[in-house]
Design a protein around this ligand. Sequence first.
Ligand SMILES: [Zn+2]
Length: 361
Amino acid sequence: MINQERLLATLFDLIRIDSPSGEEEEMARHVSGKLESMGFSVERDDYRNVIARRGEGTPLILSAHMDTVEPGRGIKPRIEGDRIVSDGTTILGGDCKAGVAAILEGLESVLEDGGETIALEVILTREEEIGLMGARKLDLAKVRGKEAVVFDGVGPASQIMSASPTYVGFDIDITGRAAHAGLEPEKGVSAVRIAGEIITRLPNGRLNDETTFNIGKMEGGQVRNAVPEKGTLVGEFRSRDPEQIVKLGLEVETVVEQVRKLFPDAAVEFVMDTHFHGYELTEKDPAVKRVASALRGLGLEPDLQVSGGGTDGNVFRSHGLSAAVVGMADYNAHTKKEYVVIPELVDAARLCEALVRGQGV
Ligand SMILES: [Zn+2]
């Protein structure tokens, strides 16, 4: 049976282990130990992702990520009503530790009851928060499962992420020419000015129902009295419509080209990288079908929701796996106001338990 007290203790333990992206080792060791004690054989791939297996046959993959965003060190979780919150100076790290805790409790619950489990593969990735790196570098030769349930969505476990956009990041590097701002500004070419030209020509914000565009960071210049030589812009765009993705890619290229012509003495370089590909799911998808039916078995109605974000589920899908991303009871992720709703967390563990028992197939 799902044991709420144990579930919360597991989650608190996980939250108290600092694991900002790139520093997941302690977290990986802690969770590996737990999985080993439940009879899993645990291995690590070259990128230090955790891949654990139990049972014979084609396993069902249960997945979550081990890293958190900042500020995520020395987190002090506490219970407030039916929520778990931080002390307000850090994030909570419920993203994705609520997911990991739900998986562990689902497993423990079945095993302590001496219940049968289907073949399972637990995949815990690193560096999800900095561009799904762990999933992208995952050693597929070590993965045997074909269907994955990813516990990394917002909201209750009944919420299945049914569509996710394609995500493209771009970096624009500008090199102008430095000069004294007061004595000989005409000898300079301002990289900051060029950055401004580019920004005003690019789209911004929500472009339509399924498309967004953002410049998230701009840097340039060093001191007040010099014409700035260097500038950079870091941006992204997302859309569930592949045509929009192509169109926006061309638009960035065109704007850069226009601005190059305006400032022939400057160098404007840019790189674009598709971080993940979007998808749209229906209940016909094997992983969604399994999850939806397991949820109904628990008396929960599956709720397919469109998301503007990406998860390891996007990468798994592009690796040819069927992947369903379910809610892990976490809200306001990546903020100091992040919280986990305890009854929903219990439901996430119950969903995991049902899946582990082979329900929903
Ligand atoms: Zn996450």
